[in-house]
Design a protein around this ligand. Sequence first.
Ligand code: A2H
Length: 253
Amino acid sequence: EGVIPQEYTLIKMEVVSPFPPKMSVLEGKKVYLAAATLRPETMYGQTNCWVLPDGKYGAYEINDTDVFILTKRAALNLAYQKLSRVHEKPTSLIELTGQDLIGLPLRSPLAYNDVIYTLPMLSVLTDKGTGIVTSVPSDSPDDYMALHDLKAKPAFRAKYGVKDEWVVPFEIIPIIHHPDFGDKSAEKICIEKKIKSQNEREKLDEAKKIIYKGGFYEGTMIAGEYAGMKVQEAKSLIRAKLLELGQAVVYSE
Ligand code: A2H
């Protein structure tokens, strides 16, 4: 844990009913996978959601209607940030593993895809954010490689029970133009660096750094309501709108 708190935007990715048998006690409630992001302006390009297959998650009551699926650690932090039905006490309705969540259909704010699916990513950390990550393969090298692995390796899909139709139809959506990296900056950098899988941690960390050095703040939005605007300006406007519409909440840790 760092000394300086990190402020994330939690994107409320709504689980589409009917729920699978393991989650049937949640039927009738609004259930969300709550994904922690630092890049709310990229939500137009969501293609799926990531969970850690072996990760432990719970379905926590946030208020009288809403339930968030995330790690216990995040639920406790949220409870101290006034996001718990019971004051300062997280209440879990059911416990779930990441594997239980794989294949859940979601409706996510701003996403061009009507419905996206929950998929496995092995680099998801359960001691950071909520343990739920939304995937934007156009602009995140981690997301790009993890989706690439699932698309390229049928055996990897089979291992986690991932159906083809949760992965194959989902193309990279260009949302930001970078002066140095074009419209699919994550793909460009992963190809340049010859990154072969999501397991190449060092190379992926370098790729992330290079994208930042190239300055994502130099990027221009090419999707959504703020197309044409610099990312730097659009970011706070998009975040404010998500919060105002109740499609996201602020979370610090
Ligand atoms: B970002 P920082 Cl387009 N495990 O959102 C692994 N990764 C996690 C995580 C967890 N538990 N929780 C959040 N993250 C990811 C979008 C995005 C992100 C883009 C480009 C870069 C980027 C879409 N994925 O992050 O260590 C989330 O992915 C680059 C760092 O707290 C979150 O923002 O700085 C970011 O890592 C937070 O990472």
